[in-house]
Design a protein around this ligand. Sequence first.
Ligand SMILES: [Fe+2]
Ligand SMILES: [Fe+2]
Length: 191
Amino acid sequence: MSTVESIPALVKRILDQYALEPFGSHGLLHWVRVHESGIEIASSSGADKDVVAYFALLHDSGRLNESRDPQHGPRGAALARLLHEEGLIDLNPAQLQDLLTAIEHHNSHERVEDMAGDRITIGTCWDADRLDLPRVGTTVNPKYLHTQEARRLANLWDHEDANFITDNRRSLLASWGVNYFSHPFIGAATQ
Ligand SMILES: [Fe+2]
Ligand SMILES: [Fe+2]
């Protein structure tokens, strides 16, 4: 994510096509928490932080409902490919392939061991997403986590903290062009 100034334009594109409530259970605050956990895990797992950051923004972008939607992974991967072609995703070909794999298969029952590419990065993306499951009442089963750091974070998950808009979360949203207190969601890219 070297071109930070392009992120609001990317987020605007994602939100413009997002079928659900932007602050719903698979929306922006979930993306923020996946970003936070993913970067924290990556600091010890050695995952590619750029891929993890794009995964947070895009993995649920293709959802059409807030419950069972088995095709939202492939839809999200197709959108990521398109946005890369549009120049809104700044990754090299190997990074892009890892991002697409992580997004496409994140809600499948496939194993990270069976994925081609950088499995540490893909596993870190999936762990970051899984760590936020308690928000919808699902306990994280450590058996499905890939990294030691995610297992540690799973034990620290706190409902109040997860729903708290910290300064860090507010500035992350601001860097995406989203003002948490303004509706509708006017990003810097539109100004
Ligand atoms: Fe998902
Ligand atoms: Fe998710």
